[in-house]
Design a protein around this ligand. Structure first.
Ligand SMILES: Cc1cc2nc3c(=O)[nH]c(=O)nc-3n(C[C@H](O)[C@H](O)[C@H](O)COP(=O)(O)OP(=O)(O)OC[C@H]3O[C@@H](n4cnc5c(N)ncnc54)[C@H](O)[C@@H]3O)c2cc1C
Ligand code: SF4
Ligand code: SF4
Length: 398
């Protein structure tokens, strides 16, 4: 009887594919001390079929393939305003619904938890619009999508590259004809537990429930985006990439999932999804004529199915040729995985004791203080150290 699926926990992406293929319901996804979901196997229910390990996609090699790269924008201004980049996801989702298919993607529930849901209409999929910088719980959605595809119902599944990898590992090739997979260039995903704790801190400070949260508010433009929490009384708390502690910690890799530092097999020309979406960061330099600061998408299309889906969007999208070469400097996640912040361990030590504390995050992310800077200079002094130490100590006393 097994108690776990992967021996090396750090490799597990939490996609939930193992839980969705277990024939005896022995696997549930449970949060660890850092707040990330991992499979937990009930030995009393495990029948040792090893299907979970066989279907787990981690460690599989993927063939490099050619990609059709283009810039794109949804023509509908309101859709663009509610989307993180150029609003391409909405055009693809609307087409899938029009074909009688079902769209899966990430949305907030009432408790501000991010999970994958299924949508039958545009009203339902609108909750999926916008990037949520928190790992979404995708295990149940993968199981439902698999079930629908086996019944011949078309499905669009949108998620992180590792969620798409997990889905493709458990849907048999003969059931994949009606499946359109859409992922994105992925910086990495923060811990759901850390996000929940951050929301609690906001609520305690304001004395109000948080009823909505957007990570990519475009009121100050697409490039200068803010994160905005809306409280039950309609008031807001907003901050940008420099001032909002949770967003800063995400962008500086303070609380990403461990597997997010080792998913190179799903990047560059080895992407698995039919279509990969991204922000067309750098647009002001590479295609200034298209950049109106309301959002532009970069698309990498890896299959004929993906190409047909983009072409079927027709008049909903404007598209133009693009190449990724000049974009790698401003959007390194196109090819590279993130490196964990050197203070990740220190963050989680504090988190396990006190939860998310904005002040603690600000302190961890601040540059070295004056005394520390001076001490560092002392440590690196090669010659005449004593004389300079005296001078520096003198400065510290002033
Ligand atoms: C965690 C994360 C990291 C990202 N990192 C980068 C990056 O480094 N560089 C870059 O160019 N782009 C990145 N993106 C993608 C980018 O922000 C846009 O989501 C993408 O370009 C699609 O934009 P859109 O305007 O077409 O659609 P939108 O309307 O913004 O659609 C968002 C789509 O993303 C899905 N989604 C949202 N949050 C999650 C989540 N937590 N888990 C799984 N799926 C989710 C939704 O289901 C929906 O399909 C990231 C997105 C996320 C969620
Ligand atoms: S299938 Fe997904 S959740 Fe299960 S062990 Fe593998 S990576 Fe982790
Ligand atoms: S960075 Fe890699 S492991 Fe992390 S969520 Fe994205 S694709 Fe998955």
């Amino acid at each position: 009887m097994r108690t776990t699926v992967r021996q090396n926990k750090a490799e597990c992406t939490g996609c939930g594919a193992c839980a969705s293929v277990c024939p005896n319901g022995a696997i549930t996804m449970k949060p660890d001390e850092e707040g990330f979901l991992y499979p937990s196997v009930d030995p009393a229910l495990c029948i040792s079929c090893d299907l979970c390990e066989k279907r787990c996609p981690v460690g599989r090699e993927h063939e490099p393939h050619k990609q059709w790269v283009l810039g794109a924008q949804n023509k509908d201004k309101a859709v663009r305003a509610a989307s993180s980049s150029g609003g391409v996801f909405s055009a693809l989702a609307a087409n899938m619904i029009a074909q009688g298919g079902i769209v899966f993607g990430a949305a907030f529930d009432e408790a501000m938890k991010v999970e994958h849901i299924g949508a039958f209409s545009e009203d339902e999929f609108s909750a999926m619009r916008g990037s949520k910088y928190v790992q979404s719980d995708s295990a149940e959605a993968i199981a439902h999508a698999k079930d629908l595809l086996e019944r011949g119902i078309p499905v669009l599944f949108s998620g992180t590259p590792c969620q798409i990898d997990g889905l493709l590992a458990c849907v048999k090739p003969q059931h994949q004809q009606k499946l359109l997979t859409v992922d994105f260039v992925c910086h990495g995903v923060p811990s759901p537990g850390v996000f929940a704790s951050y929301i609690r801190e906001l609520e305690e400070k304001r004395g109000q429930k948080v009823v909505a949260y957007t990570f990519r508010d475009k009121r100050c433009g697409w490039k200068d985006f803010s994160a905005v929490a809306t409280f039950a009384d309609g008031s807001e708390h907003a901050g940008n990439q420099q001032t909002e502690p949770f967003l800063r910690g995400f962008l500086q890799n303070l609380y990403l999932r461990p597997s997010c530092t080792q998913c190179d097999a799903l990047r560059g020309d080895r992407r698995r999804a039919d279509i990969t979406m991204a922000d067309l960061w750098g647009a002001q330099d590479v295609c200034p004529g298209w950049d109106d600061d309301t959002g532009l998408s970069l698309l990498m299309v890896g299959t004929q199915k993906g190409r047909k889906a983009i072409e079927a969007c027709g008049a909903q999208l404007v598209t133009f040729p693009m190449s990724t070469e000049k974009l790698l400097r401003v959007n390194p996640s196109i090819e590279k995985t993130a490196q964990a912040h050197p203070k990740r361990e220190a963050f989680f030590k504090g988190y396990k004791k006190n939860g998310f504390k904005a002040k603690a995050v600000e302190k961890l992310l601040a540059g070295p203080g004056r005394a520390e800077r001076i001490l560092r200079r002392i440590v690196h002094l090669p010659k005449g150290a004593l004389r300079r130490i005296r001078v520096l100590i003198g400065k510290m006393k002033k």
